[in-house]
Design a protein around this ligand. Structure first.
Ligand code: BG6
Length: 516
């Protein structure tokens, strides 16, 4: 792949060009809960062109009117519930529906009934484009993954991916992108056989989160952080994505996926890459993605014994969350009663490069944990000596820089200060910044930036083929090393995860930053 570090970022803060946006999987949850609310928010912010056309594509037979009504019902219900900035398990970002705004958006929405595997669907798509005011088109695959390659090949076969006369044709591919290295490589080969990488937008919704984008700004727009952002000062890094939700109605999907595939090569590795990458030469898509790819490629491969020793798989049993009893994973709908699928994973990894040599990266993610907490904790080395030796201050707690992704959004340092008084007592304090203290945040789903970027042709926040494959390559040793239920550690819902995950750090003389 040619790497062009000089490509300037397309200009932002402007109305995106007109486009026909085809949403494959029009009846799915993603369209209703996240994509349409995001388009509504983009319209509110005046960022989409009047000639934007949104066309839902799916096999069910419904009229344009009925389809619009279905979306409107959802928008109203959630606005009534005070839908707040959304996430995949949260609200939808349409706080208080503005009916005039909604009507303006709704009139651009239509529906196209079609089988994804039938060529006539693609002829109908071509006609829709031909009869619209623009030849630009984005094909958003919000479908089951088994359709990704099929749909793209058919789009290509119908000539719909050809870009002529300055028009653009782009495809957005949702997660999961493959289920291991081999399937991801096959999918990339299938896609890149018929279209250019420049046209492919592989989504990782974590990259739509403000705080995730802010990691790069904090690191590279300030001189402060770079001074200690290396193995001279950093003892280790912890990356946590703790959820209180269980698998809900997704038992079928989750049984085949598990926590490692669902969260690590994509979301957690994005956080890791942004934390560990070198400064890009420019803030363009290729420069940023090249640096991220290098970091993930530098994750040390582990032998099967190392992979077993440096990982913990957990599964939740029945327990209590926020005072309510919740079922164990094996009692969830569409989950096998003897399932060995992990709902929790903790890993110890190393990034073998100059900056991070010797600094372990501990990652953990799980469902049905005590709290929702996504954070990056940079743990610093202790002071070189303790001048407090003859006092009762014996053990200094480590200093941390916490990058809090959700539910709160901000950054802070955890360090010690003298408690006022005549004796020398040291206490932990926190110095930091909360997004909400400085910026008025409009309700959002996190998909607004991603949709807008796709419309303006900015791939910086999308995964390039090599990033995806590097991610799978780094987790493959764990997938290969695990053996059925033998490795699964059980933890009660509402806890902080299996005891073995604490042991993973304890044996290194470390501890997880507490969930809060
Ligand atoms: C999705 C996973 O990609 O991310 C879900 O499939 C998970 O299982 C979700 O719950 C977490 O996203 P967020 O934005 O709530 O952290």
């Amino acid at each position: 792949m040619a790497v062009d570090t000089q490509t300037p970022r397309p200009s932002r803060d402007q109305v995106a060009p007109p486009v026909n946006l085809f949403l494959f999987g029009a009846h799915g949850d993603l369209v209703k809960r996240l994509l349409v609310p995001s388009l509504y928010n983009l319209t509110r912010d005046g960022l989409v062109d009047d000639a934007l056309r949104i066309i839902g594509v799916d096999h069910n037979q419904v009229s344009d009117e009925a389809y619009r009504e279905k979306l409107a019902d959802f928008m109203r219900q959630h606005a009534a519930k005070g839908g707040k900035p959304g996430s995949q398990d949260g609200g939808e970002g349409a706080a208080g529906l503005d009916e005039t705004l909604w009507r303006g958006l709704a009139q651009r929405i239509s529906y196209l009934e079609g089988d994804f595997l039938d060529d006539s669907t693609y002829q109908a798509i071509a006609q829709r484009i031909a009869s619209s005011g623009t030849r630009n088109a984005i094909f958003y695959l919000a479908t089951a993954p088994r359709f990704f390659c099929e749909v793209i090949q058919r789009l290509a076969h119908a000539g719909l991916l050809e870009e002529t006369d300055g028009q653009f044709r782009r495809v957005v591919v949702e997660k999961p992108f493959g289920s291991d290295l081999k399937t991801a490589q096959e999918l990339n080969a299938g896609i890149l056989g018929v279209m250019d990488e420049r046209q492919v937008y592989r989504i990782d919704h974590y990259l739509g989160k403000e705080t995730v984008q802010n990691i790069l700004v904090s690191r590279f727009a300030n001189g402060l952080f770079e001074a200690f952002w290396n193995n001279h000062y950093v003892d280790h890094v912890q990356i946590t994505a703790a959820e209180t939700v269980g698998v809900e109605q997704r038992g079928n999907f989750y049984e085949r996926t598990g926590a490692l595939r669902d969260m690590v090569p994509n979301h957690l590795f994005q956080l890791l890459a942004m934390t560990a990458m070198e400064p890009p030469a420019a803030f363009g898509a290729d420069a940023v993605r090249t640096e991220k790819a290098k970091v993930i490629a530098a994750i040390r491969p582990q032998s099967p014994e190392e992979a077993r020793r440096n990982s913990v798989r957990g599964q939740y049993t029945a327990g209590e969350i926020n005072g309510a009893r919740v079922a164990g994973y094996r009692e969830e709908p569409r989950v096998a009663p003897d399932s060995c699928t992990e709902t929790y994973v903790a890993l110890k990894l190393w990034v073998d490069n100059w900056r991070w040599a010797g600094v372990p990266f501990y990652l953990r993610t799980g469902k049905r944990l005590s709290v929702r907490d996504t954070e990056i904790a940079i743990c610093f080395k202790p002071a070189p000596m303790s001048p407090f030796r003859d006092t009762h201050v014996h053990r200094m707690r480590p200093n941390y820089l916490i990058i809090q992704i959700q539910p709160d959004e901000g950054m802070w340092f955890d360090f010690q200060a003298k408690r006022p008084g005549t004796t020398l007592e040291i206490d932990n304090i926190r110095m930091g910044f909360a997004y909400s203290d400085f910026f008025a945040m409009q309700p959002s789903t996190g998909y607004e930036t991603l949709l807008y970027d796709c419309m303006i042709g900015d791939q910086t926040l999308f995964q390039r083929a090599d990033n995806i494959e590097n991610g799978w390559r780094a987790v493959q040793p764990f997938l290969d090393a695990w053996e059925g239920c033998k490795d699964v550690q059980y933890y009660p819902a509402g806890s902080d995860g299996p005891e073995a995950a604490d042991e993973l750090l304890r044996r290194d003389g470390r501890a997880w930053h507490s969930l809060k």
